[in-house]
Ligand binder design. Sequence first.
Ligand code: KMH
Ligand code: ZN
Length: 277
Amino acid sequence: MTGTVITVAPTGAEVSKADVPALPVTLDELVRTAKECEALGASIVHVHIRDAAAEPTLDQGRLRATVAALRESTDLIVQLSSGGAVTDPESDRLAVLDAGPEMASCTMGTVNFGDGVFLNRWEFIVDLHTRMQERGIVPEYEIFDLGQLTTLQRLLGKYGLPAGGHVHVDLVMGVPGGMPGTAAALVACEQVIRDLPAGTTFSATGIGRSTIPVMLASLSAGGHLRVGMEDTTTYAKGQPVESNMQLVARAAGFAQLAQRPPLTTDATRSLLGVAPR
Ligand code: KMH
Ligand code: ZN
C-alpha cells in the first residue's frame, strides 16, 4: 500500500462565483490556491478555467497561460479538464490537449448531469484517448457510473495502454444522474477495477455531502483522493467551504490517519507514469 495521491479540483465549471465568492476564477487566484494546496499535500491540480466574467471557458490562450503559470509557480502535475462544461462542443474539448498539459481528464461515457447531459460518445472517447497517446499526455479516466469502467476496459483492449503505460481512474460519485456516493458503490467499482491492467490505481471524489463517506471508503479500499470546490462547497452542515485549502487539509489529515500520508509530486509522477519535470 502506498501513500495517497491528493488531487485538488479548485474551480470546476458549475459553481458560480456569485454564489461562492471564495471560488478561484482568475489566474492569480488559481495559482495562489494551487501553491497553497501543494504545501498542504496536493500533488495534482485538475483545472477548469473561467473568463473575465467568471464564466467557464476553453479559450486556448487562457489555457496555455494557465498551464505555463502553474508550471512556473508549482511542482503540481497540471491536469486540464477535457470535460469542460456540458455546453462545450467536442472540438473545443479536443483542442484542450493543444495547451500542452501533463495530464488531462478523459470521461468514459455519457451521463445525465443534473439538468444537463454530459455527452461522451464512443468515437469522441477514442479520439481523446488516441490523441493523448500520440502527444504523451497521461489521461485520468473519469468514471461517473459503473458501466463506464467496462467502456474503459474495451478502450484499452482495442487501442492499448495510455501514455506512460499506467492506468489511473477517478471515480466521480454522487453526481445527480450518476452512481451514488456511497461505500457500497465504491466497492462495486473497485471490484471491476481489479479486471483492468495490473497496477491500475484509482482516486475518488464524492459530490456535495457524499464527500466524507467517499473519502473514507476510498482510503480504506486502497484508493486515492480528489477534493476541491469543483465538487464540494459545504464543509459541514450549514458551514460553507472557506477555501480549497480547507478541503485539502482535511483530506491530508484523513490520509495521515489512515497511515497513507500524502505523496509528493515526484512520487505521484512516478506512480502514474507522468514524466519528471
Ligand atoms: N464539468 C463537467 C461537465 C472533467 O473535468 O473531465 C465535466 C467534468 C469532468 O468536470
Ligand atoms: Zn472537472
